[in-house]
Design a protein around this ligand. Structure first.
Ligand SMILES: NC(=O)c1ccc[n+]([C@@H]2O[C@H](COP(=O)([O-])OP(=O)(O)OC[C@H]3O[C@@H](n4cnc5c(N)ncnc54)[C@H](O)[C@@H]3O)[C@@H](O)[C@H]2O)c1
Ligand SMILES: [Zn+2]
Length: 359
């Protein structure tokens, strides 16, 4: 089966995202011409490393790339400064130099942490993303944002660093837990609502499945990378248009926080997306019927559509959100399937929208 290549070209550095089955075994061949030297360092988590580390190392070794590794305990709870510090020490122990490269093998947590480790080590070395979760393939591995969580909130310490390449082996998705697969579907539904009505129609008639036709899954992933590419290239540092990618996330983040971060990110985003669609429809910003369509597609992908937490709890968390701006928040509002816009809402207005969107 052929692979798909999406060329992402932000001004701070262009790279290719390659999507397809079996790419892991081609990693050495594909990376050898791109890496600054034959020294690399793989960062992975305790679930992904036992499944795919050896294959990646074998492919790199066959291309003459030496790649020792570090593995951290899987899960969002590891995405903090303490794990980051351990990773940086391990990189120093492995005697990485300015011309070494970090390779992130795993989901969004691994990608975020490995990217930040690469940004910090010796003031910045190269890095490559090898995403293995659906969410990482369609979202977090593209765009150059990397961060860890602080006690005060999620993703509060981070950097922008573009990868040298992104290699997404879609056959690795077969070992993904069903609910983690659904998490990735939430970002796909979000992309479709934002920018691709045809994709949305496809998701309505034929929901994505982990066991589905591999060629179809790979092409949907590449299509999503291309959607994210358009937003990222237009606004690398998220000062304007890129904020549209936060569709569903403003209420979603409050739901995530209310759950004490026990809910999967995509699950919270799906609920947030349904809530903002319902609210936008009620105040007349969105076309009638949009919320029903989004809810149906979310449910067809195993995603929840209603917040288990009442509106007042979410409003309290939204007010605490460190990422909100003075006096309010810039919201992405779905207008019709395939189109959204940004609106600044004061906290009172945002609270009212949460009340309208959450039962
Ligand atoms: N940088 C960005 O632009 C950006 C964008 C969106 C999300 N994120 C971040 O991404 C993270 C969420 O990503 P995620 O959902 O991939 O989380 P994750 O990395 O924790 O992966 C989810 C789970 O799946 C496991 N896993 C991953 N690939 C697997 C595979 N092929 N087989 C079996 N198990 C596998 C992981 O070990 C983990 O237990 C959050 O921290 C979020 O903040 C970052
Ligand atoms: Zn997200």
């Amino acid at each position: 089966m052929t692979s798909h290549t999406v060329h992402v070209a932000p001004s701070s550095g262009a790279y290719d995202v390659v999507v397809g089955p079996g790419i892991l075994d081609e990693a050495g061949k594909r990376l050898a011409p791109l890496l600054p030297s034959t020294s690399a360092f793989i960062i992975s988590d305790s679930n992904v490393a036992p499944l795919y580390l050896e294959r990646l190392q074998a492919s790199l070794a066959a291309a003459g790339i030496d790649a020792p590794h570090a593995v951290f305990p899987a899960g969002e709870a590891s995405k903090n400064l303490s794990t980051l510090s351990d990773l940086l020490e391990a990189m120093a122990m492995a005697r990485l130099t300015r011309s070494s490269a970090v390779i992130a093998l795993g989901g969004g947590v691994t990608g975020d942490m490995a990217g930040l480790a690469a940004a910090l080590y010796m003031r910045g070395i190269a890095y490559v993303q090898v995403p293995t979760s659906l969410l990482a393939m369609v979202d977090s591995s593209v765009g150059g944002k990397c961060a860890v969580d602080l006690a005060a909130g999620k993703n509060l310490a981070g950097a922008f660093l573009q990868p040298l390449a992104v290699l997404a082996d879609t056959s690795t998705l077969q070992t993904l837990d069903g609910s983690v697969f659904s998490d990735g579907c939430a970002e796909i539904v979000k992309h479709a609502v934002l920018a691709d009505s045809e994709l949305f129609g496809q998701l309505e008639t034929e929901p994505l499945a982990r066991e589905g036709e591999p060629g179809l899954l790979a092409s949907v992933i590449a299509r999503n990378v291309d959607i994210k590419r358009r937003f990222v290239e237009a606004d690398e540092r998220e000062q304007g248009r890129r904020k549209l990618l936060n569709l569903g996330h403003s209420i979603g983040h409050a739901i995530e926080a209310a759950s004490g971060y026990t809910l999967g990110h995509g699950h919270a985003v799906a609920m947030g997306l349904c809530a903002i669609a319902r609210a936008s429809e009620k105040v007349g910003w969105a076309e009638q019927g949009i919320a029903d369509r989004i809810e149906a597609v979310a449910a067809a992908h195993g995603l929840p559509t209603e917040s288990p937490y009442p509106a007042d709890d979410l409003i309290s968390y939204a007010r605490l959100d460190k990422k909100s701006e003075a006096g309010g928040i810039t919201l992405a509002i779905p207008e019709r399937i395939g189109s959204a816009s940004l609106r600044f809402a004061g906290f009172d207005e945002f609270s009212e929208l949460i009340r309208l969107g959450v039962a």
